[in-house]
Design a protein around this ligand. Structure first.
Ligand code: UT7
Length: 330
């Protein structure tokens, strides 16, 4: 039997127009451009004023399908990753299914926080290899402004809104496509990135159900997440490379989740990969959670940086805590 691989045949992205600069944040909290740039690498981020998460997802998805050159009815699965859905029901993926007229597609949302695109791509690959789908649309769409406390300088300087998408298709050519993956979680660090969805209610029948707005904002122990990332992301990359049977010097690009420039140094030193091979756009978009990797991939594709046959390692990490990496030959 010819082995099936999941080939990346299209990418798309969408970011809202409104630009929130470091200077604008100086007006909101006690921070400054120099601190933000030095500690994070971020200069500006986008905010989806008056837009739903699903709208960002629809636009990124539409662009990825166009780029892939497939007909809408060829998409047979949509996997949409988000930790900022507009509604828990309906799912964001079902809305995308309708808006884009993907009439033959099953649709499911997943939430693996900032690792969402890696998990969704791994799931797409599994569906394709199992013969359950031929053409899968993966979308990561986030409006992090919803969960950001703009009075907390420790978090509000980091996050931005955006969406990225990828179309994977079953191919039998044996060389190109997703080659390996390694997904993991360590829930012992659950408190490091915490955001309530539904409040704990001791007596729901008699509660007055007043609910503090503040509870919905993300709380983060930033330095604990940095320590976790520095230890576990290299391990995830190691494992994905080992499963792909390739060595770091064969890698053309590393596309990490854009959370902090410091992870670049860790990856670069640990694998002796020059920094020029680690893609960065955090300066312009900040941390867009699961959308950050497909935003990078789309930008790289549009700028002609992805050449056929190149080996790409994508790696994500974040809330859960979750982390993972996958190797893709484009
Ligand atoms: O996407 C999911 C994964 N997320 C991440 O990977 C994010 C990981 N965390 C980070 O990127 C970093 O922890 C931050 C950039 C959020 C913070 O950097 P840090 O070097 O860990 O700073 P810190 O939290 O240890 O704080 C150092 C100092 C503190 O002041 P004192 O106590 O030393 O006087 C903070 O109050 O920096 C202060 N500080 C700020 N100062 C100016 C914290 N935020 C700011 C700010 N502007 N925005």
């Amino acid at each position: 039997m010819v082995p099936i691989k999941s080939l990346l045949i299209g990418t798309g992205s969408y970011v809202p127009d409104f630009v929130l600069t470091n200077q604008m944040l100086e007006e909101l909290v006690d921070t400054n451009d120099e601190w933000i740039v030095k500690r994070t690498g971020i200069r500006e981020r986008r905010i989806a004023k008056g837009m739903h998460t699903w709208e960002l997802g629809v636009e990124a998805g539409r662009r990825a399908i166009e780029d892939a050159g497939v007909a809408p009815e060829e998409i047979d699965y949509i996997i949409l990753s988000t930790c900022t859905p507009d509604t828990l029901s309906p799912t964001m993926s079902a809305i995308v299914q309708d808006k884009l007229g993907l009439k033959n597609a099953a649709a499911v949302d997943i939430n693996a926080c900032c690792t969402g695109f890696c998990y969704a791509s791994d799931m797409a690959d599994s569906f394709i290899k199992a013969g359950k789908a031929k053409t899968v649309l993966v979308i990561s769409a986030e409006t992090l402004h919803h969960i950001t406390d703009y009075t907390d300088r420790g978090t509000c300087v980091l996050f931005g809104d955006g969406a990225g998408a990828a179309v994977y298709r079953a191919v039998e050519d044996g060389e190109r496509g997703i080659i390996s993956s390694f997904m993991a979680a360590d829930g012992s660090g659950a408190d490091y990135l915490y955001m309530e969805a539904l409040p704990l209610e001791e007596d729901p029948l008699h509660s007055d159900r007043t609910y503090s707005e503040k509870n919905r904002f993300l709380k983060m122990n930033g330095s604990a997440v940095v320590r976790f990332t520095a230890a576990e992301v290299p391990r995830a990359i190691d494992e994905a490379l080992r499963r792909a049977n390739i060595t770091p010097d064969q890698v053309d690009w590393v596309v990490p989740h854009q959370a902090n420039l410091r992870i670049l140094d860790v990856i670069s030193k640990r694998f002796s990969i020059p920094k020029e091979k680690i893609y960065v756009n955090i300066d312009r978009f900040g941390n867009t959670s699961s959308a950050s990797i497909p935003l990078c991939l789309d930008e790289m594709h549009k700028n002609g940086l992805l050449k056929e046959g190149q080996l790409i390692v994508c790696t994500g990490f974040g809330g859960g805590l979750t982390y993972g990496a996958f190797v893709l030959r484009v």
